[in-house]
Design a protein around this ligand. Structure first.
Ligand code: PTJ
Length: 261
């Protein structure tokens, strides 16, 4: 179906279309469509733009990438479908590895995601087939299967659009975790070292840009940014923003009612 360019929600509808097509191509899991709907609801409450706390988290995430020794970007179906190209760009500018890690793991989906990433320019996609031979302790889901050259030995793992249990397990085994999650209340958001509460479609290009800018300012600057970043405090700011947006919407409604009365 052609989405009219002048539709007020054209952007959002195009993103949905992308996910549906990727679902039909075997990249996105059926649950991934539901997960996106939950994200959309939070995005609405956040005003559908990259907020100040999100920008702060993006800056901290860029600093963490630039001071990491073995960073890995973990890719699931939704991430591949929505920002496959940006994942490859981010890996290139940060020297990160890319690893496929799926909750609903199947050989067909692993291969479809690998193909998509390779088409976007990735050279070595980890975590596919027998390469996901290591296990993360404390995890019983399919997410426990990792690549011994990637997540297993990483000091930093980026986990966009994650479901809570793995973030907790990764933190418990001493890894730093960067999450991207529109829900500031999720277990992933609360347990990650840095949580970017923003739509991945907006935040990934911004993260690439920020890494490129910060690269020229040296490791000292990165360390200073990280020293001054507090994830829980920053998450609280996203929650306050939702509250303020709701108050504003409610106040507008009240005025309308007032005028009508
Ligand atoms: O590809 P697989 O097999 O690994 O499965 C991936 C899904 C997404 C199905 C799986 O990880 C899952 O079930 O995730 P959850 O528990 O639904 O969590 C996904 C989180 O991502 C939710 O908190 C959503 O709010 C958030 N989210 C959804 N879409 C976006 C998002 N955050 C940022 N940008 C989005 N576009």
């Amino acid at each position: 179906m052609k989405i009219p360019d002048d539709h007020p929600r054209a952007k959002s509808l195009l993103t949905r279309e992308k996910l549906i097509n990727s679902y039909l191509e075997g990249i996105v899991a059926a649950s991934g469509l539901i997960a996106h709907g939950r994200g959309e609801a939070f995005d609405y409450l956040l005003g559908e733009k990259t907020s100040k706390p999100a920008l702060k988290a993006i800056e901290a995430a860029a600093a963490m990438f630039l001071t990491a020794r073995k960073p890995v970007i973990s890719v699931n179906g939704n991430t591949a479908a929505l920002v496959g190209e940006e994942v490859v760009k981010l890996a290139n500018v940060t020297g990160s590895k890319i690893e496929v890690n799926l909750f609903y793991r199947s050989r067909a989906r692993e291969l479809a995601i690998k193909k998509l990433l390779e088409k976007a320019g990735a050279r070595d996609v980890l975590g596919v087939g027998k390469n996901a031979s290591a296990r993360i302790p404390e995890l019983s889901s399919e997410r426990r299967r990792v690549d011994p050259r990637g997540i297993l030995v990483a000091d930093l793992v980026m986990v966009p659009l994650e479901d809570g249990d793995r973030t907790e397990a990764l933190v418990n085994i001493g890894k730093k975790v960067i999450a991207v999650d529109l829900n500031p209340l999720s277990r992933t958001a609360l347990r990650a070292s840095i949580t970017i509460v923003d739509n991945i479609v907006r935040s990934m290009p911004k993260l690439v840009e920020t890494v490129e800018e910060l690269k020229n300012r040296g490791v000292g600057k990165c360390r200073e940014i990280l020293r001054n970043f507090d994830n829980r405090k920053n998450l609280a700011k996203s929650m306050i923003l939702i509250r303020e947006n709701l108050s504003e919407f409610a106040a507008e409604g009240d005025t309308e009612r007032g005028r009508a009365m």
